[in-house]
Design a protein around this ligand. Structure first.
Ligand SMILES: [Zn+2]
Length: 674
């Protein structure tokens, strides 16, 4: 047997992981050895008889865990973007081990004693600002992980963390299974009336792949809403599709959500906070539960009023079809009708102008060139984690190589839903590494030989995720802890949202939005009408998002000891109490498939998207109104904000760009909430 490829640093360019050599059976041994190695490194730090110094403690800690970092970066991506039964098993085994490993380091009294001794004398150590911040952030991280607790409390904390890690993995795997199981199987093409020919052919192909010969299968997206709801003319099919989506995971995940909320509340109490939400936001830019609640409360009333105005317009359109009252499964369909009649835009008309290759090269990459001077060269000689994923080398304006960008744009049965960015190699001056970043999307593969034509939302997602990629690529920090996107969650969505602005910048749009067959530009006025039409849907979109946010908030502001009997009942009461219980607008995610908050790191942090959007809207206004050339603004945004990662206070970085603290008005204007 050949040696496990994780055991040594990669020798490929940029230390790109050696994907061609990695086999499923390499992960678990690499994790085990990686954790053991790091614990040995920590033991060496604490065994050092000399007095603690920044170098022998903090820097040594930053350098520790190399093997674990290597395997974890690859595994996290692999298990999300191309999983197998075996990888699911590895994940179920590893996640409690990782939680225990985190505790083993953060509850190590000898290690904390060294950090604390340094922290107490931090102003006398002559540290540069980034090093001082490293000491402060590490100290806070240990404290928040329970380093100060007594023996019995730490023992309980370890139990809580282990159980929460295991439950999170089970929750995620239940969502995946339910999402597959609830795919809608239809007998005839007639039931798919309203969908494009391509989409119907796709549903037939999907059925074939899934073993339903001569049928049609609509697979489910992550969210409550499903894109086909906007087109399916058969109301009963719409109803079945939405019911399949909303019904995911109720039996399996309802009790898990209840248990997790209880454990999180207990852990928060142990760590001295009144609720899990209070614990989480204390380390976010928002700071307090009150600050978040205040922003949300300010948005709910106007958003619901907008949604009700939209509902009245939809009802008028539906009346023509003999429908008395708009149900949740009618909303997207009549929205699309109103959009077409009031704004003369038909979402389907846009697709031929959004061909993936063109959007990527002449849109996303082109915008990165305009703003930051970047250029991109595909590297087919470098192997990524899946045959459909592509590797690009990224260059500065002066030709200096900056890093690698891996794009995995397509949906597959083995990929989880949604879109996300990951880091395979983190930039750090300490380790001398340059960044390797990765974007995952879920754009359906067309029939063989057909071009990949994208929807408006998919184009936006491509720009969005690339904004995260830039955050990683531009990272220019010393310590890995601060690298790239390692910022608070309520800040991390800000740079990615800012990057969405390029999608409709006239000079960018004109460059990429061309008909894939004729090369014709978009018909005049179409984008303006599309943008106006988007304004029309803001009521719905804001309410469905706020509903999910307030649901997350309700689950995580529960104080310790409060009993929750039934997840669905808790959900409907929470939504009604928050004033977002609009019958025809289900939350963007219901509790039982809300992976962000029960299976990844967004518990009590789903508010982060709208919190970040405050900064985003403010920054877009700055880009458009500051009177400087785009390239110059891009340089300021890069130098003062993207490059800094978490190496300084993120709001300080924001102020360094804009010249003042963030203001809410641009967001309210954008969302029609003023
Ligand atoms: Zn994002």
């Amino acid at each position: 047997m050949t040696e496990n490829p994780f055991f040594r640093p990669s020798t490929l360019d940029y230390e790109l992981p050696p994907f061609a050599e990695i086999r499923e059976e390499h992960y678990l041994p690499a994790y085990e050895r990686g954790m053991a190695e790091q614990l040995a490194e920590i033991a060496a730090i604490t065994a050092d008889r000399s007095l603690p110094t920044f170098e022998n403690t903090l820097v040594a800690l930053e350098r520790s865990g190399e093997l674990l970092r290597r395997v974890d970066a690859v595994f996290r991506n692999q298990s999300s973007s191309d999983t197998t039964d075996l990888l699911d098993e590895v994940e179920a085994k590893v996640s409690p081990l990782l939680a225990a490993h985190h505790d083993a380091i953060h509850l190590d009294r000898a290690l904390f004693a060294r950090i604390e001794a340094l922290y107490r004398t931090r102003t006398e150590l002559g540290l540069d600002p980034e090093s001082l911040r490293l000491l402060e952030r590490r100290y806070t991280g240990f404290e928040r992980s329970g380093a100060r607790l007594g023996e019995a409390e730490q023992a309980r904390l370890r139990e809580l963390n282990a159980e929460l890690a295991a439950l999170g993995t089970t929750f995620q795997q239940n969502v995946n299974a339910a999402t597959r199981a609830n795919a809608l199987v239809l007998d005839s093409a007639a039931e798919l009336a309203g969908l494009s020919e391509g989409a119907i052919a796709g549903a037939a192909e999907n059925a074939r792949v899934l073993g339903h010969e001569d049928k049609y299968v609509l697979s489910l997206k992550n969210t409550s809403g499903q894109p086909e709801l906007a087109q399916l003319t058969d109301r009963s099919v719409r109803e079945r599709l939405l019911a399949a989506s909303l019904g995911r995971g109720i039996e399996a995940n309802g009790p898990i959500a209840i248990r997790m909320a209880g454990l999180r509340a207990e852990r928060a109490a142990l760590l001295g906070h009144p609720s899990h939400a209070a614990y989480v936001v204390a380390d976010e830019t928002a700071g307090t539960v009150e600050a978040v609640s205040a922003l949300l409360a300010r948005l709910v009333g106007p958003a619901v009023a907008n949604a009700r105005r939209e509902a009245a317009e939809l009802a008028a359109a539906a009346a023509a079809d003999g429908i008395g009252e708009i149900a949740a499964h009618d909303w997207a369909y009549y929205s699309e009708k109103v959009r077409q009649s009031s704004f003369q835009v038909d979402a389907a008309v846009l697709r031929p102008y959004f061909e993936l290759e063109r959007v990527l090269r002449d849109g996303v990459f082109f915008a990165a060139n305009l703003a930051y001077g970047l250029s991109f060269t595909e590297r087919p000689d470098l192997t990524a984690h899946h045959p459909d994923a592509r590797v690009f080398e990224v260059f500065e304006e002066d030709g200096t190589a900056l890093g690698l960008f891996v794009g995995d744009f397509h949906a597959r049965a083995s990929k989880r839903g949604g879109a996300w960015m990951d880091s395979l190699v983190e930039q750090s001056a300490l380790t001398g590494r340059r960044p390797v970043v990765l974007n995952n999307l879920n754009i359906p593969l067309p029939a063989p030989g057909e071009p990949v034509l994208m929807s408006w939302d998919e184009v936006r997602t491509l720009f969005h995720e690339f904004g995260h990629a830039l955050h990683g690529l531009f990272s220019d920090v010393r310590y890995p802890l601060f690298s790239g996107t390692s910022v608070p969650r309520d800040f991390v969505e800000f740079p990615s949202q800012v990057n969405e602005m390029w999608m409709v910048r006239p000079e960018v749009l004109a460059n990429y939005a061309r008909h894939h067959e004729t090369g014709e530009p978009l018909p005049a006025g179409l984008v303006e009408r599309m943008t106006a039409a988007e304004g029309f849907g803001q009521g719905f979109r804001t309410v469905e998002y706020l509903a999910a946010t307030l649901l997350d908030w309700a689950w995580h502001t529960v104080p310790q000891g409060e009993e929750i009997a039934d997840a669905e009942e808790f959900e409907s009461r929470a939504l009604a109490a928050a004033g977002v219980g609009v019958d025809a607008i289900p939350p963007r995610y219901r509790t039982t498939y809300f992976q962000h908050v029960f299976a990844s790191g967004y518990s009590a942090a789903y508010y982060a998207y709208i919190w970040s959007e405050v900064l985003d809207a403010d920054t877009v206004q700055w880009f458009e109104g500051n009177g400087r050339p785009v390239r110059e603004s891009g340089e300021v945004f890069r130098r003062e904000l993207l490059a800094r990662g978490f190496s300084r206070d993120p709001l300080e970085s924001f102020r360094a760009v804009i010249g003042r603290a963030p203001e809410t008005e641009p967001l309210l204007a954008r969302r029609g909430l003023l």
